[in-house]
Design a protein around this ligand. Structure first.
Ligand SMILES: Nc1ncnc2c1ncn2[C@@H]1O[C@H](COP(=O)(O)OP(=O)(O)OP(=O)(O)O)[C@@H](O)[C@H]1O
Length: 252
């Protein structure tokens, strides 16, 4: 079964169709990367399938319509990491990560020892535990990103959607992020990430390529058809080659 299946006829904002005729199938226990040029509609699609953006269409989460899920259950099933999220700047980093545990406890109940343990494990896995007592707004872009990643991981949801999770991360932490994703997928979880880093997207299990509000190709990152589609969308200067057995893409 798919972790998520979406048929989106359109997303219309201010009289403009930002997404048209999209079918997105997210395989279970796999890492799916969504790529495409600026303005292609990647974030809009991710927000629509997460239920954060109104759309014409239907989204099935683990086979059940998204809007049929009781909200707390849905929040345990689907974790979200958005792009440039604001609003929690005054909170301590640890409290931000503990927000990820909210769906696991009754309304207004204080965090349990298990919640604290999950938050600590998540922060240690993103190397953000050291600044647990610092306010989110005082952190650098990359430090902040690692706290927000820890919050998404602390949910421990079967499906995690991440919009540009690598923004601001230095190369070692990009590699760490990929190892975290791999570990989650090995444990049976599903991950969808919108990425601009094509060299990392090519390490995913499944690639979704968008352009002009549509999905123009889906396939395995190693497939020649996927490479041809990437060059069609990003231009012939995109050089795709193998390095140490992995596919990389460079604009040359
Ligand atoms: N709230 C909005 N109101 C009007 N237009 C919007 C809104 N949100 C997005 N758009 C437009 O929809 C199009 C798709 O935006 P979206 O953010 O989904 O693209 P993207 O592929 O994620 O881009 P990027 O790679 O630059 O982040 C863009 O042209 C954008 O300007």
């Amino acid at each position: 079964m798919s972790a998520l299946h979406a048929r989106i006829d359109r997303v219309r904002i201010d009289g403009r169709d930002l997404i048209s005729d999209v079918t997105l199938d997210v395989p279970a226990a796999r890492w799916t990367a969504i790529v495409g040029p600026n303005g292609a509609g990647k974030s809009t699609l991710l927000r629509a399938v997460a239920g954060l953006q109104k759309c014409d269409g239907a989204v099935l989460l683990a086979g059940r319509p998204l809007h049929d899920w009781p909200s707390r259950e849905r929040a345990r099933q689907l974790a979200w990491m958005g792009q440039q999220e604001t609003g929690a700047d005054d909170l301590l980093a640890l409290d931000v990560v503990l927000l990820g545990r909210l769906p696991h406890r009754p309304w207004l109940a204080p965090p349990t020892a298990a919640d604290h343990a999950a938050a600590q494990a998540a922060m240690q896995s993103t190397q953000s535990w050291d600044w647990r007592e610092r306010r989110l707004g005082s952190l650098s872009g990359g430090e902040r990103q690692r706290v927000l990643l820890a919050r998404a991981l602390a949910v421990d949801a079967p499906l995690t959607l991440m919009d540009e999770p690598l923004a601001h991360l230095d190369p070692p932490h990009q590699a760490e992020w990929m190892a975290l994703v791999r570990a989650r997928v090995a444990a049976g979880h599903s991950v969808v990430s919108v990425l601009h880093e094509l060299h990392l997207a090519l390490q995913a299990d499944h690639l979704v390529l968008m352009a002009d509000g549509r999905i123009v190709h889906t396939g395995a990152p190693a497939d020649t058809a996927t490479h041809d589609a990437l060059r069609r969308v990003f231009g012939p200067r995109l050089h795709i080659a193998q390095l140490d057995g992995r596919w990389i893409a460079l604009p040359l």
